[in-house]
Design a protein around this ligand. Structure first.
Ligand code: BES
Ligand code: ZN
Ligand code: ZN
Length: 518
Protein backbone atom coordinates (compact mmCIF):
# COMPACT_ATOMS: atom_id res chain seq x y z
CA UNK A 1 0.00 0.00 0.00
CA UNK A 2 1.40 3.41 -0.88
CA UNK A 3 2.25 5.71 1.99
CA UNK A 4 -0.03 8.41 0.60
CA UNK A 5 -2.99 6.04 0.44
CA UNK A 6 -2.26 4.91 3.99
CA UNK A 7 -2.21 8.41 5.43
CA UNK A 8 -5.67 9.37 4.23
CA UNK A 9 -7.67 6.21 4.35
CA UNK A 10 -7.14 2.70 5.55
CA UNK A 11 -7.66 0.34 2.65
CA UNK A 12 -9.47 -2.93 3.26
CA UNK A 13 -10.90 -4.29 6.50
CA UNK A 14 -9.30 -3.73 9.89
CA UNK A 15 -6.89 -6.46 10.95
CA UNK A 16 -8.26 -9.14 13.24
CA UNK A 17 -6.55 -11.69 15.44
CA UNK A 18 -6.69 -15.30 14.39
CA UNK A 19 -8.31 -18.25 16.08
CA UNK A 20 -7.29 -19.19 19.61
CA UNK A 21 -4.56 -21.80 20.06
CA UNK A 22 -5.56 -25.36 19.26
CA UNK A 23 -6.07 -27.44 22.42
CA UNK A 24 -6.23 -31.22 22.02
CA UNK A 25 -7.06 -33.28 25.09
CA UNK A 26 -5.99 -36.89 24.83
CA UNK A 27 -4.61 -39.86 26.68
CA UNK A 28 -1.68 -40.20 24.34
CA UNK A 29 1.34 -40.98 26.46
CA UNK A 30 3.78 -39.33 24.03
CA UNK A 31 5.13 -35.90 24.77
CA UNK A 32 4.69 -33.62 21.77
CA UNK A 33 7.16 -30.74 21.86
CA UNK A 34 7.90 -29.22 25.25
CA UNK A 35 6.58 -30.89 28.40
CA UNK A 36 4.63 -28.48 30.62
CA UNK A 37 4.31 -29.68 34.18
CA UNK A 38 2.01 -27.84 36.60
CA UNK A 39 3.17 -28.54 40.18
CA UNK A 40 1.76 -27.81 43.64
CA UNK A 41 4.06 -25.91 45.98
CA UNK A 42 6.78 -27.96 47.67
CA UNK A 43 6.17 -31.07 45.53
CA UNK A 44 9.09 -33.36 46.15
CA UNK A 45 8.48 -35.50 43.09
CA UNK A 46 6.40 -35.68 39.92
CA UNK A 47 2.87 -36.76 40.79
CA UNK A 48 2.77 -40.51 40.22
CA UNK A 49 1.12 -41.02 36.88
CA UNK A 50 2.46 -37.83 35.36
CA UNK A 51 5.86 -39.40 34.62
CA UNK A 52 4.55 -41.72 31.95
CA UNK A 53 5.91 -40.93 28.53
CA UNK A 54 8.60 -38.62 29.92
CA UNK A 55 12.10 -39.50 28.78
CA UNK A 56 14.18 -40.97 31.59
CA UNK A 57 16.88 -38.31 31.58
CA UNK A 58 14.32 -35.48 31.66
CA UNK A 59 12.42 -37.29 34.42
CA UNK A 60 15.64 -37.67 36.47
CA UNK A 61 16.45 -34.02 35.98
CA UNK A 62 12.98 -32.97 37.19
CA UNK A 63 13.01 -35.38 40.13
CA UNK A 64 16.42 -34.07 41.24
CA UNK A 65 15.31 -30.46 41.01
CA UNK A 66 12.19 -31.17 43.06
CA UNK A 67 13.92 -33.37 45.63
CA UNK A 68 16.60 -30.70 46.20
CA UNK A 69 13.97 -27.98 46.53
CA UNK A 70 15.49 -26.03 43.63
CA UNK A 71 12.01 -25.33 42.27
CA UNK A 72 9.52 -24.65 45.05
CA UNK A 73 6.54 -24.21 42.74
CA UNK A 74 5.26 -21.05 44.39
CA UNK A 75 2.33 -19.49 42.54
CA UNK A 76 3.47 -17.32 39.64
CA UNK A 77 6.86 -19.00 39.21
CA UNK A 78 8.22 -21.12 36.40
CA UNK A 79 11.44 -22.91 35.46
CA UNK A 80 12.71 -23.78 32.02
CA UNK A 81 14.65 -27.01 31.47
CA UNK A 82 16.57 -27.60 28.27
CA UNK A 83 19.74 -29.17 27.04
CA UNK A 84 19.24 -32.83 27.95
CA UNK A 85 18.56 -35.59 25.48
CA UNK A 86 15.14 -36.04 27.07
CA UNK A 87 13.68 -32.88 25.54
CA UNK A 88 12.58 -29.58 27.03
CA UNK A 89 10.29 -28.88 29.93
CA UNK A 90 8.55 -25.93 31.55
CA UNK A 91 7.76 -26.33 35.25
CA UNK A 92 4.86 -24.17 36.43
CA UNK A 93 4.32 -23.35 40.10
CA UNK A 94 0.69 -23.47 41.22
CA UNK A 95 1.23 -22.44 44.85
CA UNK A 96 -0.28 -24.39 47.71
CA UNK A 97 -3.08 -26.76 46.82
CA UNK A 98 -5.22 -25.50 49.71
CA UNK A 99 -4.98 -21.93 48.34
CA UNK A 100 -5.93 -22.89 44.78
CA UNK A 101 -8.72 -20.85 43.21
CA UNK A 102 -9.94 -20.69 39.63
CA UNK A 103 -8.10 -17.41 39.21
CA UNK A 104 -4.81 -18.84 40.53
CA UNK A 105 -5.18 -21.66 38.02
CA UNK A 106 -5.96 -19.24 35.16
CA UNK A 107 -2.94 -17.14 36.04
CA UNK A 108 -0.76 -20.26 36.19
CA UNK A 109 -1.98 -21.26 32.74
CA UNK A 110 -1.26 -17.73 31.52
CA UNK A 111 2.29 -18.13 32.83
CA UNK A 112 2.83 -20.93 30.30
CA UNK A 113 1.99 -18.67 27.38
CA UNK A 114 3.87 -15.73 28.87
CA UNK A 115 7.10 -17.64 29.51
CA UNK A 116 7.00 -19.83 26.43
CA UNK A 117 9.44 -17.67 24.47
CA UNK A 118 11.50 -18.98 21.61
CA UNK A 119 13.07 -21.83 23.53
CA UNK A 120 9.90 -23.88 24.03
CA UNK A 121 8.69 -23.93 20.44
CA UNK A 122 5.11 -23.99 19.18
CA UNK A 123 4.05 -27.43 20.37
CA UNK A 124 3.48 -28.13 24.05
CA UNK A 125 2.18 -31.04 26.08
CA UNK A 126 0.62 -30.19 29.42
CA UNK A 127 0.51 -33.13 31.81
CA UNK A 128 -2.12 -32.94 34.54
CA UNK A 129 -2.45 -35.58 37.15
CA UNK A 130 -4.76 -35.87 40.15
CA UNK A 131 -6.25 -32.45 39.57
CA UNK A 132 -9.86 -31.25 39.85
CA UNK A 133 -11.76 -30.79 36.58
CA UNK A 134 -12.49 -27.11 37.25
CA UNK A 135 -8.83 -26.41 38.04
CA UNK A 136 -7.58 -28.03 34.84
CA UNK A 137 -10.23 -26.17 32.84
CA UNK A 138 -9.21 -22.82 34.36
CA UNK A 139 -5.52 -23.51 33.66
CA UNK A 140 -6.30 -24.17 29.99
CA UNK A 141 -8.51 -21.07 29.84
CA UNK A 142 -5.64 -18.97 31.21
CA UNK A 143 -3.26 -20.32 28.56
CA UNK A 144 -5.71 -19.36 25.83
CA UNK A 145 -6.53 -15.89 27.20
CA UNK A 146 -2.87 -14.89 27.59
CA UNK A 147 -2.04 -16.03 24.05
CA UNK A 148 -2.94 -12.74 22.41
CA UNK A 149 -0.87 -9.87 21.12
CA UNK A 150 -1.74 -6.97 18.88
CA UNK A 151 1.03 -6.60 16.34
CA UNK A 152 -0.90 -6.03 13.13
CA UNK A 153 0.65 -2.62 12.64
CA UNK A 154 4.24 -3.83 12.94
CA UNK A 155 5.70 -4.37 9.52
CA UNK A 156 7.22 -7.84 9.43
CA UNK A 157 10.72 -8.62 8.36
CA UNK A 158 10.53 -11.36 5.71
CA UNK A 159 13.47 -13.16 7.32
CA UNK A 160 12.05 -12.91 10.82
CA UNK A 161 12.17 -16.42 12.27
CA UNK A 162 10.63 -15.58 15.65
CA UNK A 163 8.12 -18.20 16.67
CA UNK A 164 5.13 -16.06 17.52
CA UNK A 165 2.96 -18.18 15.22
CA UNK A 166 0.11 -20.47 16.23
CA UNK A 167 0.65 -22.74 19.21
CA UNK A 168 -0.65 -26.28 19.41
CA UNK A 169 -1.25 -27.59 22.91
CA UNK A 170 -1.73 -31.22 23.80
CA UNK A 171 -3.23 -31.84 27.21
CA UNK A 172 -3.23 -35.16 29.00
CA UNK A 173 -5.07 -36.18 32.12
CA UNK A 174 -6.79 -39.27 33.55
CA UNK A 175 -8.98 -41.09 31.00
CA UNK A 176 -12.25 -40.46 32.81
CA UNK A 177 -11.65 -36.69 32.87
CA UNK A 178 -10.78 -36.36 29.19
CA UNK A 179 -14.16 -35.64 27.66
CA UNK A 180 -15.14 -33.00 30.23
CA UNK A 181 -11.82 -31.22 29.85
CA UNK A 182 -12.05 -31.16 26.05
CA UNK A 183 -15.58 -29.74 26.31
CA UNK A 184 -14.53 -26.95 28.66
CA UNK A 185 -11.45 -26.20 26.52
CA UNK A 186 -13.75 -25.88 23.48
CA UNK A 187 -16.05 -23.47 25.35
CA UNK A 188 -13.04 -21.44 26.51
CA UNK A 189 -11.83 -21.21 22.91
CA UNK A 190 -15.27 -20.11 21.71
CA UNK A 191 -15.56 -17.42 24.37
CA UNK A 192 -11.95 -16.36 23.73
CA UNK A 193 -12.88 -15.44 20.15
CA UNK A 194 -15.13 -12.78 21.74
CA UNK A 195 -12.40 -11.66 24.13
CA UNK A 196 -9.91 -11.38 21.26
CA UNK A 197 -12.42 -9.41 19.18
CA UNK A 198 -13.02 -6.98 22.06
CA UNK A 199 -9.25 -6.56 22.47
CA UNK A 200 -8.75 -6.06 18.72
CA UNK A 201 -11.40 -3.34 18.68
CA UNK A 202 -10.02 -1.72 21.85
CA UNK A 203 -6.45 -1.73 20.57
CA UNK A 204 -7.28 -0.49 17.07
CA UNK A 205 -5.94 3.00 16.40
CA UNK A 206 -8.60 5.70 16.34
CA UNK A 207 -7.73 6.87 12.83
CA UNK A 208 -8.76 3.45 11.58
CA UNK A 209 -11.58 2.60 13.98
CA UNK A 210 -14.26 5.29 13.95
CA UNK A 211 -18.03 5.02 14.46
CA UNK A 212 -19.09 3.98 10.95
CA UNK A 213 -16.14 1.57 10.64
CA UNK A 214 -17.33 -0.16 13.82
CA UNK A 215 -20.80 -0.29 12.24
CA UNK A 216 -19.35 -1.76 9.04
CA UNK A 217 -17.65 -4.53 11.00
CA UNK A 218 -20.87 -5.21 12.89
CA UNK A 219 -22.80 -5.50 9.61
CA UNK A 220 -20.16 -7.87 8.28
CA UNK A 221 -20.55 -9.97 11.45
CA UNK A 222 -24.33 -10.02 10.92
CA UNK A 223 -23.95 -11.18 7.29
CA UNK A 224 -21.64 -13.99 8.38
CA UNK A 225 -24.18 -15.55 10.77
CA UNK A 226 -27.75 -16.60 9.99
CA UNK A 227 -28.93 -16.04 13.56
CA UNK A 228 -27.56 -12.48 13.88
CA UNK A 229 -29.28 -9.28 12.75
CA UNK A 230 -27.49 -5.96 12.81
CA UNK A 231 -29.19 -2.61 12.38
CA UNK A 232 -27.41 0.74 12.20
CA UNK A 233 -29.04 4.07 13.03
CA UNK A 234 -26.88 6.53 11.12
CA UNK A 235 -26.29 10.21 11.87
CA UNK A 236 -29.16 11.55 9.77
CA UNK A 237 -31.58 9.04 11.25
CA UNK A 238 -30.39 9.80 14.79
CA UNK A 239 -31.05 13.50 14.16
CA UNK A 240 -34.50 12.82 12.76
CA UNK A 241 -35.32 10.56 15.70
CA UNK A 242 -34.26 13.23 18.18
CA UNK A 243 -31.25 11.48 19.67
CA UNK A 244 -29.82 14.72 21.01
CA UNK A 245 -27.26 12.99 23.27
CA UNK A 246 -25.62 10.95 20.52
CA UNK A 247 -25.85 13.80 18.01
CA UNK A 248 -24.55 16.43 20.45
CA UNK A 249 -21.43 14.43 21.23
CA UNK A 250 -20.73 13.23 17.69
CA UNK A 251 -21.52 16.30 15.62
CA UNK A 252 -18.15 17.97 16.21
CA UNK A 253 -16.35 15.27 14.28
CA UNK A 254 -16.04 14.73 10.55
CA UNK A 255 -16.55 11.06 11.45
CA UNK A 256 -20.23 11.07 12.32
CA UNK A 257 -21.85 9.11 15.17
CA UNK A 258 -24.18 6.13 14.91
CA UNK A 259 -25.98 3.54 16.99
CA UNK A 260 -25.45 -0.15 16.28
CA UNK A 261 -28.01 -2.75 17.33
CA UNK A 262 -27.22 -6.47 17.40
CA UNK A 263 -29.91 -9.09 17.80
CA UNK A 264 -29.00 -12.75 18.26
CA UNK A 265 -31.69 -15.41 17.76
CA UNK A 266 -34.34 -12.78 17.05
CA UNK A 267 -36.86 -15.51 16.26
CA UNK A 268 -36.89 -16.61 19.91
CA UNK A 269 -39.37 -14.86 22.18
CA UNK A 270 -38.25 -12.01 24.46
CA UNK A 271 -37.87 -10.36 26.92
CA UNK A 272 -34.13 -10.85 26.68
CA UNK A 273 -30.82 -9.66 28.17
CA UNK A 274 -29.60 -6.42 26.62
CA UNK A 275 -25.98 -5.19 26.73
CA UNK A 276 -25.36 -1.50 26.03
CA UNK A 277 -21.86 -0.14 25.34
CA UNK A 278 -20.24 3.30 25.35
CA UNK A 279 -18.36 3.60 22.07
CA UNK A 280 -16.36 6.82 21.99
CA UNK A 281 -13.76 5.92 19.37
CA UNK A 282 -11.69 8.86 20.59
CA UNK A 283 -12.36 11.20 23.49
CA UNK A 284 -10.49 14.49 23.25
CA UNK A 285 -12.92 15.94 25.79
CA UNK A 286 -14.40 18.15 23.05
CA UNK A 287 -14.41 21.88 23.78
CA UNK A 288 -13.71 21.02 27.45
CA UNK A 289 -10.52 19.58 26.04
CA UNK A 290 -8.37 17.12 27.97
CA UNK A 291 -4.71 17.73 28.82
CA UNK A 292 -2.24 16.17 26.34
CA UNK A 293 -0.41 13.63 28.56
CA UNK A 294 -1.79 10.13 27.93
CA UNK A 295 -4.55 11.49 25.69
CA UNK A 296 -3.68 8.68 23.28
CA UNK A 297 -5.26 6.28 25.79
CA UNK A 298 -8.64 7.76 24.96
CA UNK A 299 -8.71 5.45 21.93
CA UNK A 300 -9.84 2.86 24.50
CA UNK A 301 -12.91 4.97 25.32
CA UNK A 302 -14.93 2.65 23.11
CA UNK A 303 -14.20 -0.46 25.19
CA UNK A 304 -17.81 -0.67 26.38
CA UNK A 305 -18.83 -1.13 22.75
CA UNK A 306 -15.90 -3.50 22.19
CA UNK A 307 -17.09 -5.68 25.06
CA UNK A 308 -20.65 -5.59 23.74
CA UNK A 309 -19.53 -6.76 20.29
CA UNK A 310 -17.23 -9.32 21.95
CA UNK A 311 -20.12 -10.77 23.98
CA UNK A 312 -22.16 -11.13 20.78
CA UNK A 313 -19.26 -12.97 19.12
CA UNK A 314 -18.74 -15.20 22.19
CA UNK A 315 -22.45 -16.13 22.30
CA UNK A 316 -22.54 -16.99 18.62
CA UNK A 317 -19.32 -19.02 18.83
CA UNK A 318 -20.50 -20.99 21.86
CA UNK A 319 -23.81 -21.76 20.15
CA UNK A 320 -26.17 -19.83 22.45
CA UNK A 321 -29.77 -20.51 21.43
CA UNK A 322 -31.80 -17.74 23.11
CA UNK A 323 -32.40 -14.14 22.09
CA UNK A 324 -29.84 -11.55 23.27
CA UNK A 325 -29.57 -7.89 22.33
CA UNK A 326 -26.52 -5.63 22.08
CA UNK A 327 -26.54 -1.91 21.46
CA UNK A 328 -23.54 0.38 21.07
CA UNK A 329 -23.48 4.19 21.03
CA UNK A 330 -20.66 5.23 18.70
CA UNK A 331 -19.22 8.75 18.44
CA UNK A 332 -15.93 10.61 18.25
CA UNK A 333 -15.73 13.49 20.77
CA UNK A 334 -13.89 16.30 18.98
CA UNK A 335 -13.55 20.06 19.39
CA UNK A 336 -14.51 21.97 16.26
CA UNK A 337 -16.70 24.81 15.07
CA UNK A 338 -19.43 22.19 14.79
CA UNK A 339 -18.96 20.83 18.28
CA UNK A 340 -21.36 21.26 21.17
CA UNK A 341 -20.38 23.81 23.82
CA UNK A 342 -20.43 23.88 27.60
CA UNK A 343 -23.71 25.67 28.31
CA UNK A 344 -25.67 24.00 25.50
CA UNK A 345 -28.99 22.41 26.39
CA UNK A 346 -29.80 19.30 24.40
CA UNK A 347 -33.01 17.28 24.16
CA UNK A 348 -32.30 13.59 24.50
CA UNK A 349 -34.25 10.78 22.84
CA UNK A 350 -36.22 10.33 26.08
CA UNK A 351 -37.52 13.90 25.76
CA UNK A 352 -35.62 14.96 28.88
CA UNK A 353 -33.39 17.99 28.48
CA UNK A 354 -29.76 18.06 29.62
CA UNK A 355 -27.59 21.05 30.41
CA UNK A 356 -24.14 20.23 29.05
CA UNK A 357 -21.78 21.80 31.57
CA UNK A 358 -18.71 19.86 30.47
CA UNK A 359 -18.34 18.34 27.01
CA UNK A 360 -15.88 15.79 28.44
CA UNK A 361 -18.73 14.11 30.33
CA UNK A 362 -19.89 12.76 26.96
CA UNK A 363 -20.26 9.05 27.68
CA UNK A 364 -23.38 9.59 29.77
CA UNK A 365 -24.90 11.67 26.96
CA UNK A 366 -24.59 9.00 24.29
CA UNK A 367 -25.71 6.32 26.76
CA UNK A 368 -28.81 8.31 27.70
CA UNK A 369 -30.10 7.74 24.16
CA UNK A 370 -28.88 4.14 24.05
CA UNK A 371 -30.59 3.16 27.30
CA UNK A 372 -33.84 4.89 26.36
CA UNK A 373 -33.90 3.32 22.90
CA UNK A 374 -33.09 -0.15 24.28
CA UNK A 375 -35.72 0.11 26.99
CA UNK A 376 -38.49 1.34 24.71
CA UNK A 377 -37.79 -0.62 21.48
CA UNK A 378 -35.90 -3.81 22.22
CA UNK A 379 -37.93 -5.64 24.87
CA UNK A 380 -35.14 -6.21 27.42
CA UNK A 381 -35.53 -8.44 30.48
CA UNK A 382 -32.67 -6.41 31.93
CA UNK A 383 -30.13 -3.90 30.61
CA UNK A 384 -26.44 -3.81 31.52
CA UNK A 385 -24.37 -0.91 30.27
CA UNK A 386 -20.58 -0.92 30.12
CA UNK A 387 -18.64 2.32 29.90
CA UNK A 388 -15.19 3.77 30.45
CA UNK A 389 -17.21 6.50 32.09
CA UNK A 390 -15.16 8.26 34.77
CA UNK A 391 -11.63 8.82 35.99
CA UNK A 392 -13.24 8.84 39.45
CA UNK A 393 -13.90 5.10 39.40
CA UNK A 394 -10.16 4.54 38.94
CA UNK A 395 -9.54 6.71 42.02
CA UNK A 396 -12.04 4.57 43.95
CA UNK A 397 -11.14 1.04 42.82
CA UNK A 398 -7.81 1.30 41.01
CA UNK A 399 -7.34 -1.22 38.24
CA UNK A 400 -8.59 -4.15 40.31
CA UNK A 401 -12.34 -3.96 39.79
CA UNK A 402 -15.05 -2.37 37.70
CA UNK A 403 -17.62 -0.27 39.55
CA UNK A 404 -21.09 -1.80 39.62
CA UNK A 405 -24.33 0.12 40.18
CA UNK A 406 -27.85 -1.23 39.84
CA UNK A 407 -31.48 -0.41 40.50
CA UNK A 408 -32.11 -4.12 41.17
CA UNK A 409 -30.40 -6.15 43.92
CA UNK A 410 -30.89 -9.50 42.24
CA UNK A 411 -29.30 -8.32 39.00
CA UNK A 412 -26.44 -6.71 40.95
CA UNK A 413 -25.75 -9.93 42.84
CA UNK A 414 -25.91 -12.04 39.70
CA UNK A 415 -23.36 -9.80 37.95
CA UNK A 416 -21.12 -9.73 41.02
CA UNK A 417 -21.21 -13.54 41.28
CA UNK A 418 -20.55 -14.00 37.55
CA UNK A 419 -17.62 -11.55 37.76
CA UNK A 420 -16.14 -13.41 40.75
CA UNK A 421 -16.47 -16.73 38.96
CA UNK A 422 -14.58 -15.36 35.95
CA UNK A 423 -11.92 -13.44 37.91
CA UNK A 424 -13.29 -10.15 36.55
CA UNK A 425 -14.35 -8.35 39.71
CA UNK A 426 -17.37 -6.02 39.63
CA UNK A 427 -17.63 -4.14 42.93
CA UNK A 428 -20.94 -2.75 44.23
CA UNK A 429 -21.20 1.02 44.45
CA UNK A 430 -24.09 3.18 45.74
CA UNK A 431 -26.96 4.87 43.92
CA UNK A 432 -27.91 7.25 46.76
CA UNK A 433 -30.90 9.53 46.20
CA UNK A 434 -28.58 12.46 46.99
CA UNK A 435 -26.56 11.71 43.85
CA UNK A 436 -29.72 11.73 41.74
CA UNK A 437 -30.77 15.02 43.32
CA UNK A 438 -27.37 16.51 42.55
CA UNK A 439 -27.75 15.61 38.88
CA UNK A 440 -31.34 16.82 38.52
CA UNK A 441 -31.01 20.31 39.99
CA UNK A 442 -29.94 22.12 36.81
CA UNK A 443 -31.16 25.72 36.83
CA UNK A 444 -32.46 25.53 33.25
CA UNK A 445 -32.86 21.88 32.21
CA UNK A 446 -34.16 18.58 33.58
CA UNK A 447 -30.73 17.09 34.18
CA UNK A 448 -27.14 18.38 34.26
CA UNK A 449 -24.25 16.34 32.91
CA UNK A 450 -21.81 17.37 35.64
CA UNK A 451 -22.02 16.94 39.41
CA UNK A 452 -22.05 20.03 41.61
CA UNK A 453 -18.57 19.19 42.92
CA UNK A 454 -15.98 16.62 41.98
CA UNK A 455 -16.61 14.26 44.90
CA UNK A 456 -18.17 10.89 44.20
CA UNK A 457 -17.83 11.50 40.46
CA UNK A 458 -18.46 7.90 39.43
CA UNK A 459 -21.62 7.78 41.57
CA UNK A 460 -23.08 10.98 40.15
CA UNK A 461 -22.35 9.64 36.65
CA UNK A 462 -24.29 6.46 37.48
CA UNK A 463 -27.11 8.56 38.98
CA UNK A 464 -27.25 10.49 35.69
CA UNK A 465 -27.64 7.28 33.68
CA UNK A 466 -30.45 6.10 35.95
CA UNK A 467 -32.57 9.05 34.75
CA UNK A 468 -32.66 7.42 31.31
CA UNK A 469 -33.83 3.94 32.25
CA UNK A 470 -37.47 3.62 31.14
CA UNK A 471 -40.15 1.99 33.26
CA UNK A 472 -41.41 -1.48 32.45
CA UNK A 473 -44.42 -1.15 30.18
CA UNK A 474 -47.61 -0.33 32.05
CA UNK A 475 -45.84 0.06 35.42
CA UNK A 476 -44.11 2.80 37.36
CA UNK A 477 -41.15 0.55 38.03
CA UNK A 478 -37.90 0.83 36.10
CA UNK A 479 -36.55 -1.96 33.91
CA UNK A 480 -33.84 -3.83 35.87
CA UNK A 481 -30.62 -2.08 34.91
CA UNK A 482 -26.98 -2.23 35.93
CA UNK A 483 -24.03 -0.02 35.04
CA UNK A 484 -20.41 -1.19 34.90
CA UNK A 485 -17.79 1.57 34.91
CA UNK A 486 -14.79 -0.13 33.29
CA UNK A 487 -12.48 2.90 33.11
CA UNK A 488 -9.94 1.17 35.39
CA UNK A 489 -10.22 -2.35 33.99
CA UNK A 490 -10.47 -1.91 30.21
CA UNK A 491 -6.75 -1.35 29.65
CA UNK A 492 -3.48 -0.72 31.45
CA UNK A 493 -4.17 -3.05 34.38
CA UNK A 494 -0.62 -4.23 35.08
CA UNK A 495 -1.85 -6.74 37.65
CA UNK A 496 -4.07 -8.46 35.08
CA UNK A 497 -1.92 -11.50 34.33
CA UNK A 498 -4.20 -12.68 31.54
CA UNK A 499 -3.23 -9.77 29.30
CA UNK A 500 0.21 -8.83 28.01
CA UNK A 501 -0.64 -5.18 27.32
CA UNK A 502 -3.39 -2.92 25.98
CA UNK A 503 -7.12 -3.67 25.87
CA UNK A 504 -8.25 -6.42 28.24
CA UNK A 505 -11.57 -7.48 26.74
CA UNK A 506 -12.97 -7.07 30.26
CA UNK A 507 -16.35 -8.63 31.08
CA UNK A 508 -16.87 -10.53 27.83
CA UNK A 509 -16.49 -13.66 29.95
CA UNK A 510 -18.52 -12.28 32.87
CA UNK A 511 -21.48 -11.50 30.64
CA UNK A 512 -21.21 -14.70 28.63
CA UNK A 513 -21.27 -16.62 31.92
CA UNK A 514 -24.15 -14.53 33.29
CA UNK A 515 -26.23 -15.09 30.16
CA UNK A 516 -25.44 -18.74 29.44
CA UNK A 517 -24.35 -20.16 32.81
CA UNK A 518 -21.34 -21.64 30.95
N1 BES B 1 -13.56 8.77 29.00
C1 BES B 1 -13.52 9.60 30.14
C2 BES B 1 -13.29 8.82 31.43
C3 BES B 1 -11.92 8.28 31.66
C4 BES B 1 -10.90 9.11 32.11
C5 BES B 1 -11.66 6.96 31.50
C6 BES B 1 -9.66 8.60 32.36
C7 BES B 1 -10.41 6.44 31.76
C8 BES B 1 -9.40 7.26 32.19
C9 BES B 1 -14.83 10.35 30.31
O1 BES B 1 -15.49 10.67 29.15
C10 BES B 1 -14.52 11.62 31.03
O2 BES B 1 -13.78 12.39 30.49
N2 BES B 1 -15.06 11.78 32.21
C11 BES B 1 -14.81 12.92 33.01
C12 BES B 1 -16.11 13.33 33.63
C13 BES B 1 -16.07 14.66 34.29
C14 BES B 1 -15.89 15.76 33.29
C15 BES B 1 -17.34 14.84 35.06
C16 BES B 1 -13.79 12.55 34.07
O3 BES B 1 -13.83 11.43 34.59
O4 BES B 1 -12.92 13.36 34.35
ZN1 ZN C 1 -14.83 12.49 28.28
ZN1 ZN D 1 -15.16 9.36 27.54
Amino acid sequence: MSRVGRIFKRQGPLPQSGEPMQVIVNTNENINGTLVLPLWQDSKDMASGSESGVHRSLKNQIENILADGDFKAKAGTSMTLAGTEGGKALLIGLGKEKDATLQVMRESGAKVTASRGKIHGKTLTVKFHGMEDAHMAAFVEGMILRDYSYDHYKTKDEDDDSDDGEIKVHVTCEDDKNAALQASADTSSAVATGVYLARDLGNAPPNDLYPMEFARQAIEFGSAHDNVDVKVINYDEARTMGMGGLVGVGMGSYRKPCMVIFEINGDKPGPSPCIVGKGITFDTGGISIKPSPSMDEMKYDMHGSATTFGVMQALVASGHKDRVIGLTCMAENMPSSNAQRPGDVITTYSGKTVEVLNTDAEGRLVLSDGLWYAGTHLNPSYMIDLATLTGAVVVALGHEASGLWSNNDELLNNIKTAGEHCGEIAWPMPLFKAFEKEMTDSKIADVRNLGAGRWGGSNTAAAFLKQFVPNMEGTDEQIPWAHLDIAGTAWGAKTNKLVKTGATGIHVRTLHHLITGQ
